[in-house]
Design a protein around this ligand. Sequence first.
Ligand SMILES: C[C@@]1(CC(=O)O)C2=NC(=C\c3[nH]c(c(CCC(=O)O)c3CC(=O)O)Cc3[nH]c(c(CC(=O)O)c3CCC(=O)O)/C=C3\N/C(=C\2)[C@@H](CCC(=O)O)[C@]3(C)CC(=O)O)/[C@H]1CCC(=O)O
Ligand SMILES: NC(=O)c1ccc[n+]([C@@H]2O[C@H](COP(=O)([O-])OP(=O)(O)OC[C@H]3O[C@@H](n4cnc5c(N)ncnc54)[C@H](O)[C@@H]3O)[C@@H](O)[C@H]2O)c1
Length: 283
Amino acid sequence: MTDEEARIKSIGGGSLLIAWQLKDKRALVIGGGEVASQRVESILTADAFITVLSPENGLHPRTKRFIDLRSDRITYHARPFSGPEELDGADIVLTALDDNDLSRSIVEMCRARRIPVNAADIPDLCDFYFGAQIRDGPLQIMISTNGNGPRMASLIRTKLQKGLSGREGAAITKIGRLRNKLKERAPGVGGQVGKERMEWMTAMCNEWAMEDFTLLDEELMDRVLDEGWEKNKRVPSLNDIEVRRPQIQSWITTFILPALPTATAFVTGALAATLLLTHRPRP
Ligand SMILES: C[C@@]1(CC(=O)O)C2=NC(=C\c3[nH]c(c(CCC(=O)O)c3CC(=O)O)Cc3[nH]c(c(CC(=O)O)c3CCC(=O)O)/C=C3\N/C(=C\2)[C@@H](CCC(=O)O)[C@]3(C)CC(=O)O)/[C@H]1CCC(=O)O
Ligand SMILES: NC(=O)c1ccc[n+]([C@@H]2O[C@H](COP(=O)([O-])OP(=O)(O)OC[C@H]3O[C@@H](n4cnc5c(N)ncnc54)[C@H](O)[C@@H]3O)[C@@H](O)[C@H]2O)c1
């Protein structure tokens, strides 16, 4: 069996990680505690309409703040869950209750109506899990341990965050705009034009430093497309579009970052030598 065949045979045991487009769809959150407040934030991120159902004395201050500040998206009913008719019109249901039996019966009602459901206290019955998230503009990263270690997911998020510059979201926003402008100039789906567009965008992303995309405004994007796409379908340099990196940024990327490994090795070596010399055993 080849490695690829073995890999294919071993696929499985995870979840389908997808970016669910919930914009303007209807989400029902049953419960108003701390977990519910986290659910509300996740769903607000996806621009859905939310109904929260919970007695007022069980509202967590964060849930209350969301309800007060986002009445454009959130409808609040200050009462306990009353029965299956509450589920009418819901595209997604989330329970965050301190009542396991009620959670279980709501899951059953959702199953009967084929509404995707997450019950915060019954992983085995969930259609999907939440995960730890990193968000930076259009960039979203989700970490899942598939129910094994939610706290670990949160810690891994913190680790990953340290490896990001914080400018990825801004760069991706610009790339999105550039892609749309390119599609306006070279419209059509699939075929030769689609292939050329994809090759060009792939080369742009591969060859430009991510930070450089943040330098583009509308006019510069047009220049990138004039110079790079219209003329000869090649990737233009910053020079070609007459742009210079801000001095400090170019200084860091040109000199400091490449020299960092050598400098670190040098300092470590010097420290080790000093330690050896000063702690030599006396004859
Ligand atoms: C990632 C995150 C996303 C979010 O909730 O948005 C999330 N839980 C988070 C935190 C967290 N949850 C818990 C602790 C205490 C420490 C610990 O147990 O580790 C902490 C830590 C903390 O609060 O820091 C307790 C807990 N969690 C579940 C149960 C029920 C059970 O297991 O029976 C119990 C009670 C267990 C008990 O009674 O002992 C179940 C689930 N929690 C999930 C997601 C799904 C699996 C995700 C995955 O494995 O990747 C799953 C299966 C269902 C779901 O919720 O969708 C969020 C981090 C958000 C962030 O930091 O950004
Ligand atoms: N999945 C996770 O990440 C995670 C993490 C921690 C806890 N949990 C579990 O999630 C559940 C919720 O946790 P929490 O900290 O938000 O609890 P909580 O006690 O703060 O909240 C429970 C909420 O349920 C509401 N409620 C109770 N009966 C209701 C009813 N009949 N109709 C509508 N609302 C009702 C209460 O008003 C309250 O708002 C617990 O079962 C907990 O074990 C899950």
